[in-house]
Write a protein that binds this ligand. Structure first.
Ligand code: 6PG
Length: 243
């Protein structure tokens, strides 16, 4: 499903509303819902909307388990931290029990250990399935077609649920969920804005042979929705678009 919105402001309002609607639906069927947050700049205004009325009042946030799809290898108070961004944008005002907040321990010196610890943390909250299934996964996409911290030109163990990786442009170490677990989600929302994403997006959505990491996101059972602003969608359907 591809949805386009006239500008980023309209996009983030629609995204915040959709996040709440999906969580409401999940909470009608069960006691707790699991939400995987993405980092980056695009989602931040949507997160701020989640932290304030009217949207904040529509969910009993005590019934939500918060996870992150990826993290930079920095402490939580670092401006680069995906946990820190979401915490400051909305989670800090929800009064959520601390045992419902599952951040990746980006500051751990051994990134592989941090990845393994996170896999265990996921399984502790979501036991009983070979591959846990989240109710809602939020993702963004970089200009190079990366998603989470799965970057073009990098390799990861496809059998793992969470891996250590790095951003080739900077060498910065990262922790990331893998397609293996992301694709088990009941619902995946991509939030993509800005003309700088248009070429990668045209390839990811238009070229079946694309090897860009964002093309690896194909939910096994769940729904996949791309929420785009018109700028990001500007080259859709342009077969020449290859990055
Ligand atoms: C991160 C994100 C990453 C992000 C894209 C898009 O850690 O940065 O998880 O995958 O979603 O880079 O970021 P923007 O929304 O800032 O364009």
């Amino acid at each position: 499903m591809i949805e386009t919105y006239p500008n980023t402001t309209v996009l983030v309002h629609a995204a915040a509303e959709r996040i709440v609607s999906v969580l409401e639906q999940a909470l009608q069927a069960k006691e707790t819902a699991t939400l995987v947050l993405t980092g980056g700049k695009t989602p931040e205004p949507a997160y701020r909307l989640l932290g304030a009325p009217p949207l904040s009042g529509r969910i009993d946030w005590n019934r939500v388990q918060f996870f992150w799809g990826d993290e930079r290898c920095v402490p939580p108070e670092d401006p680069e931290s995906n946990f820190g961004m979401a915490w400051n944008a909305f989670i800090d005002r929800l009064g959520v029990p601390s045992n419902h907040i599952h951040r990746m321990i980006g500051e751990l010196a051994d990134v592989n250990e941090a990845a393994s610890l996170y896999e265990s943390a996921i399984r502790d909250v979501l036991p009983g399935r070979e591959i846990p299934s989240f109710d809602l996964v939020l993702l963004g996409m970089g200009e190079d077609g990366h998603t989470a911290s799965l970057f073009p030109g990098t390799k990861w163990d496809e059998a793992r649920l969470v891996v250590a990786n790095h951003a080739p442009a900077t060498g910065a170490r990262r922790i990331s969920m893998t397609p293996r677990i992301l694709n088990q989600a009941q619902a995946i929302l991509f939030l993509v804005a800005g003309a700088s994403k248009s070429r990668a997006l045209a390839e990811v959505l238009g070229n079946p042979a694309s090897q860009l990491p964002a093309t690896r996101i194909r939910p096994v059972h769940g729904s996949l929705t791309w929420m785009l602003d018109d700028s990001a969608a500007g080259l859709m359907g342009d077969p020449k678009s290859e990055i």
